[in-house]
Design a protein around this ligand. Structure first.
Ligand SMILES: Nc1ncnc2c1ncn2[C@@H]1O[C@H](COP(=O)(O)OP(=O)(O)OP(=O)(O)O)[C@@H](O)[C@H]1O
Length: 945
């Protein structure tokens, strides 16, 4: 007791009077109090100081003298005032954070009475935080991509898309349910990393996600621990001159948001508490700077001047403001050094539910809403394009427009290309400026609209093209005026204004409402400009030529940090150039000729079409030839990469049978591996287009992409040829499973079906079961990590019972339990073809184990059985031991991570004496006590460690 009392008194000395505390620590207080305004304001507010007192304090010119005067006054006014004074120091931690240890040391605790007195927090840190919030609230309320005149509220338009946590090995680790979970502990792949890296393909919603995040913080709903949010768009770093030198403080305050009071104090706070700062850096792939990184020493002092790009790199790598939070976005395949990443989140676009939610938000009128939903259901080509939010918005925008004009159902065509939808939005914008739609139904034809708008398209196209040439995505007023873009054209909606902070002061600049639109306009310019020769027309193809190096894209940051000897522009990302090629293919395709005939002289159009065709032929041929090959099972497998997807997109965009045939001819393999290629559902349409021209049977591997049910539907034209279809890790649900059933059972050529890690439930299991039953050539089925319970397990088990071809079935990571296990037991009892079975990680306990073991006493086909990570006990082991004595086929029995003890292990070991074919029984991860020299430990076929 005494001891406890003593420790307490050491920790917290006997309370002295508040006046005494102040008096004895006078010098410390004078040194540490930097903000006198807050003290004066609060002391005066409650009448502890008179106006004259405050005036006397303010007469002193230095801060220390003002503090001394305040202290004199406080002390002279006695205990209550001193207590309130201390309470202000405690209750405004932003201003007096360096006094926190002292307040703890003197064990200051304000009384109830003092705590009832309000404390106004107007210190510069809090005021600045409020200012940032206020500015953000105004700035991010609307979705900026929409033209200024028809802004849409973020709140009313935003829907969460699919956000997936990605592991260091690029595997899916589950979903992020909501943006409020962005900074939680889920999905952390590197505790030392500070950057949440959000990536996704063009138009997946990275920028909008950042905007939503800013909005949530600014409204005070989430992330309360963050006081400052500094937002940067990486593309604006291109505007800095090579010679620009600024400090971190400049970057934050001059180029972002400026504190109205005492910036040094705010900066001091930021440096002291970096964990209260959040940076958002949008579009890392869009950085372009001709600044020479070799020319600067690696400075990381927060007070040294350096080039802004260097500051950016130091912030990201934690050399500056270590501990601050960072959210960085970039297009897929932009490599960011692993050591800076804390979490990786991939945006996968809209799921069916997201799309429906977005449709309801977009089309408020229930009739139109219903109609759009039925269009989407009827046309998977639309649905797959709409799973990419940007394209969805463009399609809906155009739909809304055409609907408002003449109720026409514009989306009747079953095959719509990306070029179609960009032409559509151009038409909409061109038309909105003219008055032709004043009378309902009096619409101009698309070709007429383009003919009339040629000059506008040319000048905006030139701006896009000039920008592409210099990797510029923001244009200043001079660039715009030098190309004679009229005020009227600027307002059409293709371009939107951006406020830019530059060395010349704040001014308005312009950018395309999306980078993909800049690519579209570049292509349009190259096509409709009479003076463009074929070399110029095709130059982006050369810049996008595939080399193995390019597939492993360079990271802007690693270039900054490590590769200081590079001559090439380290920031170049060529997705936007690939889009130019894609649009060239679309614009110069046959179906678009009638649209262009009045804008481009026929001879020029012919020349361009011919040049493009030849280029495509050549590049398709050489690309396919150069792809790496490797044998797999009985196949000659070609390992295609992301570039192949771009090629397929271009080919499909031409809608040309001839090009399609040529590509198909060049494949020269019977197995195409396209895993981890970032293929989306609409890419399946492109792949399908190419494969449709391939006349032999072929195997297709699309594991680890983003194809979902729409993608499965897009593959419908080529299912007749597919002998192998691998769609693991692709968000396929029961709907996709149904399509697979309908298609695969039509042709019955399938031998391998891979659906590992999808979202198929027991309902979908019925379709899979019917595929297994009805496809007589089907040998391998991978169904691990879906959502099957006992019911689903029973469907699959029964189907296996009826299949005479199946040899390999993977069910790892479902929840089939004992019910499912019993169905499998029945299936294997007399099975003649099944050699490999995985029921690992399925919640199987003794009963299920027993039935499988009993079935195996009769089975003569199974060679490998995985029962890893179940709940098998010694009782089950006893039955497995009996089975081991009689079964003469099974070679590998995996019982890793179960609940078998030494007793069970011993039974299995003894049983092995009667079995000469079994090669191994794996018992690692079971509750065995080892090191006691028991016989099973000596058995070379029992593996315990
Ligand atoms: N979650 C969402 N909810 C509603 N609309 C969205 C969403 N995400 C994107 N959009 C629509 O798509 C458009 C493009 O999105 P955004 O600019 O965020 O794409 P991005 O991934 O940043 O593209 P890029 O990589 O090309 O810059 C938005 O302006 C908006 O109209």
């Amino acid at each position: 007791m005494l001891c406890q009392a003593l420790t307490m008194s050491v920790k917290c000395p006997i309370r002295r009077s508040h006046v005494h505390s102040i008096r004895t620590s006078r010098e410390e207080l004078v040194n540490k109090i930097k903000n006198t305004n807050c003290l004066l304001e609060n002391l005066t507010e409650h009448g502890f100081f008179s106006t004259e007192d405050a005036e006397i304090v303010m007469q002193f010119s230095t801060k220390s003298d003002r503090v001394r005067q305040i202290l004199d006054l406080v002390e002279s006014k006695g205990e209550e005032v001193s207590e309130y004074f201390l309470s202000v120091l405690q209750r405004i931690p932003e201003a007096y954070f360096n006094l926190k240890p002292w307040l703890e040391e003197i064990c200051f605790q304000a009384s109830e009475q003092i705590l009832c007195l309000n404390v106004k927090n107007n210190d510069p840190v809090t005021v600045f935080s409020r200012k940032i919030k206020h500015e953000l609230c105004c700035d991010v309320k609307y979705i900026k991509s929409y033209t200024e005149r028809e802004e849409m509220m973020l709140q009313e338009t935003y829907v969460n898309g699919i956000m997936e946590l990605i592991s260091a090995a690029n595997e899916n680790m589950g979903r992020v349910q909501d943006l409020s979970c962005l900074f939680d502990g889920n999905g952390v792949i590197n505790e030392d990393g500070e950057t949440i890296f959000v990536f996704g393909d063009a138009g997946m919603g990275k920028t909008l996600l950042i905007q939503k995040l800013q909005n949530m913080w600014a409204k005070g709903e989430y992330y309360c621990e963050i006081k400052f949010l500094f937002r940067f768009r990486c593309r604006t770093f291109s505007l800095f001159k090579k010679t620009t030198l600024i400090t971190l403080e400049d970057l934050l305050f001059k180029y972002n948001c400026n504190p109205d009071h005492e910036p040094e104090e705010v900066y001091r706070y930021i440096l002291h508490f970096p964990e209260t700062v959040l940076f958002t850096f949008d579009g890392f792939d869009e950085i372009h700077s001709d600044f020479d990184l070799n020319s600067v020493p690696e400075v990381s002092s927060p007070f040294t001047q350096t080039h802004p790009v260097v500051l950016l790199s130091h912030l990201l790598s934690g050399k500056l403001l270590k501990g601050s939070k960072k959210v960085l976005t970039a297009r897929t395949a932009t490599h960011v050094p692993k050591n800076i990443i804390r979490k990786k989140i991939m945006l996968r676009g809209f799921s069916t539910e997201n799309l429906h939610a977005y449709t309801s938000l977009f089309f408020k009128e229930s009739e139109i809403h219903k109609r759009v939903i039925s269009h989407l259901k009827a046309n998977h080509n639309f649905s797959s394009l709409c799973s990419i939010p940007l394209f969805c918005w463009i399609i809906f925008k155009s739909y809304e427009h055409f609907h408002s004009i003449n109720d026409c159902q514009e989306f009747s065509s079953s095959s719509v290309t990306l070029t179609d939808i960009f032409l559509l939005i151009s038409e909409v914008y061109l038309n909105m400026s003219s008055k032709v739609f004043s009378v309902k139904g009096a619409s101009r034809s698309q070709s007429e609209t383009f003919k009339n708008g040629k000059d506008t398209l040319l000048s905006i196209g030139r701006l896009a093209y000039d920008g592409m040439e210099r990797s510029m995505f923001v244009f200043d007023q001079d660039a715009v005026t030098s190309l004679n873009i009229s005020e009227k054209d600027l307002k059409l909606g293709f371009l939107r204004t951006v406020k830019v902070y530059s060395e010349l002061g704040d001014h308005t600049s312009f950018e395309f409402f999306h980078m993909t639109l800049q690519s579209f306009f570049t292509a349009l310019f190259l096509v409709i400009n009479d003076k463009t020769g074929s070399a110029e027309l095709l130059k982006y193809f050369s810049q996008c030529t595939y080399t193995e190096d390019k597939e492993l894209q360079h990271s802007p940051l690693s270039c900054i940090c490590a590769r200081r000897d590079r001559k090439e522009d380290p920031f170049k990302n060529n997705d936007h150039l690939q889009f130019i090629n894609l649009f060239l293919c679309g614009l110069l395709s046959k179906p678009k000729q009638s649209l262009l005939k009045d804008i481009v002289p026929p001879s020029i159009l012919k020349m361009k079409r011919k040049a493009l065709k030849q280029k495509l032929y050549k590049s398709v041929k050489s690309h396919l030839k150069s792809l790496p090959r490797s044998p797999f099972l009985e196949y000659n497998r070609v390992h295609a990469l992301t570039h192949f997807i771009w090629m397929a997109r271009c080919i499909c965009e031409t809608q040309s049978e001839k090009v399609g045939k040529l590509a198909a001819k060049g494949i020269c393999a019977d197995y195409i591996k396209l895993s981890f290629c970032g293929a989306s559902s609409s890419d399946c349409g492109a792949i399908s287009f190419v494969l449709n021209h391939y006349h032999k049977k072929i195997a297709l591997e699309l594991d680890n992409n983003n194809i979902n049910d729409y993608g499965v539907k897009e593959l419908i034209p080529c299912f007749s040829k597919l002998t192998v279809i691998r769609l693991s890790v692709n968000q396929i649900t029961d709907e996709g499973a149904k399509v697979l059933y309908e298609e695969l059972t039509k042709y019955k050529v399938i031998t391998f079906l891979g659906l590992y890690k999808n979202l198929i439930t027991d309902f979908g299991a019925q379709f899979i079961a019917r595929i297994i039953e009805e496809c007589p050539k089907l040998k391998r089925v991978k169904l691990g990590y879906n959502r099957f319970t006992g019911e689903g397990g029973t469907y699959i088990g029964r189907a296996i019972l009826n299949s005479t071809s199946i040899c390999d079935i993977g069910m790892w990571g479902n929840e089939i339990g004992d019910v499912g296990a019993c169905a499998f037991a029945e299936a294997i009892t007399n099975h003649s073809s099944l050699t490999h079975l995985s029921l690992a990680c399925n919640g199987i306990s003794t009963e299920g184990g027993k039935s499988i073991a009993e079935a195996l006493q009769q089975n003569t086909s199974l060679k490998i059985l995985w029962l890893t990570e179940n709940k098998l006990t010694d009782e089950a082991a006893e039955h497995f031991a009996k089975m081991v004595k009689v079964n003469k086929t099974l070679r590998h029995l995996w019982l890793v991570n179960n609940q078998i003890t030494n007793h069970g292990a011993e039974l299995l070991s003894e049983a092995l004496q009667h079995n000469t074919v079994m090669e191994e029984i794996c018992l690692q991860g079971n509750p065995l006590t080892l090191g006691e020299n028991q016989p099973f430990e000596q058995n070379s076929r029992i593996f315990c460690i």
